[in-house]
Design a binder for this molecule. Structure first.
Ligand code: PLP
Length: 288
C-alpha cells in the first residue's frame, strides 16, 4: 500500500513531494495542521477535525482555502493509498512570498496532505500504562490554534523521552495548573470525578478530549471541567492521556511516583472500552 502525498491537488509518492523554500510555513511556521485517523478506511471524527482546521485558519487569517475541496482530496488520497488504518496529515501554509515579516495580500495557500500507515501504539501499553514527567509550559498564549509552531512541544517530549517517560505533562508556571501533554490532553480521576482543564486559550481543544467528555457523560461518569492544580494531579486515583493516535492511554507513573495503585484505573479502562466500541460502530455503519 503506497504512502502518498497530495500537494495542491497533485498526487505523488511522499518522497517526491516538494514545497518552495520561501513557503511561509517553512520560514515562519505560518501554517496550521490537523492529524486525522482512519480506522478500516473510515475517517474518525473527520467533521470535528475539519471544524477545528477552519477555526485555526480563521484565527490566523489564512484566506482562500476551499475546505470542501480539501475534504474531497483527503477522501480521494485515502482511497488511492488503499491504506485502511491510516494517519492523515493535513497542513495548510499561508503560501510562498519573498521573505518578509509583513503578511502580504493575495497570497495563495499551499495545501499539503499525506496518508501513511498508523504508527501503532503497542497494545501492552494500554494494560501497563505509561510514565509521564512534569515540565513547565513554555509555549505562547494561543495554544488553542493548531499551528505548526511545535518547537516547545517537541523539546518537552524529547526531554520526557530522555527521562524514560512516554509524555511530558505541561504545567503553567504562573498558577501551578496542568495545561496538557506535549501532544496529548490530560485527564485525572479525583474522588471518582473525571477532571480535565477547560478548553480555553491555554490548551488545544483535542478532538479526542471532547469525544471522551461526551462518552463519560453517556457512561454516567461525573465530569468536572475546571483548572486542574498539579497538586491534585499528583494525588489523583487515575490519570490518562487522550489523542488521535493513542486514543486513551493510562498514566501509571508520574514523576517516579505511582498513580493510584500503579495500574491502569477502572474509569480509564471503561472509557477506552467504550471508545473502541464507538469506533467499531462507526466502521460498521460506514460499511453498511
Ligand atoms: N494537545 C496537543 C498539544 C496536541 O498536539 C494534540 C494532538 O496532536 C492533542 C492535544 C490531542 O488532540 P487530538 O485529540 O485532536 O488528537
Amino acid at each position: 500500500m503506497p504512502e502518498l502525498a497530495c500537494v495542491n491537488g497533485q498526487v505523488m509518492p511522499i518522497s517526491e513531494a516538494k514545497i518552495p523554500i520561501e513557503d511561509r510555513g517553512l520560514q515562519f511556521g505560518d501554517s496550521v495542521y490537523e492529524v486525522v485517523r482512519a480506522y478500516s478506511g473510515h475517517l474518525w471524527l473527520f467533521d470535528r477535525h475539519m471544524q477545528r482546521l477552519k477555526m485555526s485558519l480563521d484565527e490566523i487569517g489564512i484566506e482562500g482555502v476551499k475546505l470542501e475541496e480539501v475534504e474531497a482530496q483527503v477522501k480521494m488520497l485515502l482511497k488511492r493509498s488503499g491504506i485502511g488504518d491510516a494517519i492523515v496529515y493535513l497542513q495548510i501554509t499561508r503560501g510562498v512570498t519573498p521573505r518578509s515579516h509583513v503578511i502580504p495580500r493575495n497570497i495563495t495557500p499551499n495545501v499539503i496532505i499525506t496518508v501513511r500507515h498508523v504508527p501503532q501504539t503497542p497494545e501492552e501499553l494500554y494494560t501497563t500504562g505509561v510514565k509521564a514527567v512534569l515540565l513547565n509550559d513554555t509555549r505562547w498564549a494561543r495554544r488553542d490554534i493548531k499551528t505548526t509552531n511545535l518547537l516547545p512541544n517537541i523539546l518537552a517530549l524529547n526531554e520526557a523521552r530522555r527521562r524514560g517517560a512516554f509524555e511530558a505533562i505541561l504545567v503553567e508556571q504562573a498558577d501551578g495548573t496542568v495545561t496538557e501533554g506535549s501532544h496529548t490532553n490530560v485527564f485525572a480521576v479525583v474522588n471518582g470525578v473525571l477532571r480535565t482543564p477547560p478548553a480555553d486559550h491555554r490548551i488545544l481543544p483535542g478532538v479526542t478530549r471532547e469525544f471522551v467528555i461526551e462518552l463519560a457523560a453517556r457512561e454516567g461518569i461525573e465530569v468536572n471541567i475546571a483548572p486542574l492544580p498539579v497538586t491534585e494531579l499528583m494525588e489523583a486515583e487515575e490519570v490518562f492521556l487522550t489523542g488521535t493516535l493513542i486514543e486513551i492511554l493510562g498514566v501509571t507513573v508520574l514523576e517516579n511516583k505511582m498513580v493510584g495503585s500503579g495500574t491502569v484505573g477502572t474509569i480509564t479502562k471503561r472509557l477506552h472500552r467504550a471508545f473502541r466500541e464507538e469506533v467499531r460502530k462507526a466502521i460498521e455503519s460506514s460499511e453498511a
